[in-house]
Design a protein around this ligand. Structure first.
Ligand code: TXA
Ligand code: MG
Length: 348
């Protein structure tokens, strides 16, 4: 049976965290909240525990995990640091930024056999206390079945895993709702592998230059050679066929309204992902989900994955989502939507 412990996210009860630590010390898996999404954590130094993560998630073993640390000394034991890595850590940690660096002493499987390791120091008090008390780095991918939308609430973790894991620490809804920004520092200039809440523009203020390949925009899965193995698999996918309609905001709404009416006429159940600004455009027969407001992209980010899960629960046949620009936090939102749709992007 999976056990769920509810904690105060800002001031977690030490006893509860110690219970989680005991499970992880004996090689078990614990789902816990971070400021981005819930993670499925294991002791990163325990090969068998790390293997369990791949098994339970159904994650291909060529897709490496992010290793979470609570201090710079722990970081130094698992990754090679240079000046730029230290500068970025100084600016953005603890927080939603992940750096790919040279790997030191960790099981091969964590990094899918690559000579590199992705590292992050999370800001969430529960995540930090867990790593501090374990006194070991924690390997933790997002706590969802491979290919499903990432979990922003403990209920999502339970939906996906049920009794397949031992413990879920329920700290309520996460802060941001999108996974961390991933940048590779293995080559220069650094490369944005996955956009997130820390924007490309913010990273560039520190690094000067930053390559933004098509994979980071969610426009393609391959970049000639594989830069980040995770990007080649289908992600965040709802069960229904999904389209992202991009372009001028009003034209987008007109296009979706027309397509929805046509599909409803032939008996389909239509889901529409929209924003406060546009919700009035759509037929009442559609299942219209308002993610947030275009004037506050954080609101859209926080509700995005839950909205995709809601579409599954409503059993819609087709989903139309409004698209967003490619700058600031919107780039991370665009990336997730394009990937969720399997790159079914319509430009109007
Ligand atoms: O916000 C987050 O990053 C969350 C929370 C739990 O911290 N974690 C998360 O992990 O999103 P995951 O495993 O779902 O995504 C990790 C991404 C994948 O796209 C993976 O391919 C990439 O990071 N990655 C991990 N190690 C890498 C490496 N050594 N080189 C390149 N990409 C790597
Ligand atoms: Mg993931």
């Amino acid at each position: 049976m999976v056990k769920v412990i509810r904690v105060d996210p800002l001031n977690p009860d030490e006893k509860s965290i110690e219970e989680a630590v005991a499970i992880m010390r004996s090689g078990g898996l614990v789902a816990f909240p971070t400021e981005t999404v819930y993670g499925l954590g294991a002791d990163a130094t325990n090969d068998e525990a790390v293997r369990k993560i791949f098994d339970v998630k159904g994650r291909p073993t060529d897709n490496p995990l992010i290793v979470h640390v609570s201090d710079m000394e722990m970081l130094g034991s698992i990754a090679s640091l240079d000046d730029l890595a230290l500068k970025l850590a100084g600016k953005f940690w603890p927080g939603p930024m992940t750096m790919v660096l040279g790997r030191k002493d960790l099981p091969d499987l964590v990094s899918a056999g690559m000579p590199t390791v992705a590292v992050r120091m999370p800001a969430h008090p529960v995540a930090l206390m867990l790593i501090q008390k374990l006194r070991r780095p924690v390997a933790a991918p997002s706590a969802n079945i491979a290919g499903r939308p990432s979990p922003t609430r403990a209920e999502h973790v339970l939906e996906d895993f049920g009794d397949k894991i031992e413990l879920v620490i329920d700290g309520g809804e996460v802060t941001f709702g999108l996974e961390s920004t991933v940048i590779s520092l293995v080559s220069r200039p650094p490369v944005l592998l996955r956009p997130g809440v820390i924007t490309a523009e913010q990273i560039m203020e520190i690094t000067g230059r930053l390559d933004i390949p098509d994979i980071a925009k969610g426009l393609s899965e391959f970049e000639g050679k594989v830069l980040s193995p995770g990007t080649k698999y289908r992600h965040y996918a709802p069960r229904a066929k999904m389209y992202v309609v991009e372009g001028d905001v009003q034209k987008v709404a007109e296009y979706i309204a027309k397509a929805a009416k046509r599909d409803i006429e032939i008996g389909m159940k239509v889901g529409i992902l929209t924003t406060d600004e546009n919700k009035g455009w759509y037929p009442p027969e559609a299942h219209v989900v308002v993610c947030g407001s275009r004037s506050n992209p954080y609101s859209i980010a926080l509700n995005l994955f839950n909205s995709l899960r809601e579409m599954d629960k409503e059993k819609v046949d087709v989903i139309y989502s409004e698209g967003f620009p490619d700058n600031g936090l919107f780039l991370a939102i665009s990336n997730r939507l394009r990937k969720a749709s399997g790159h079914n992007v319509i430009r109007v």
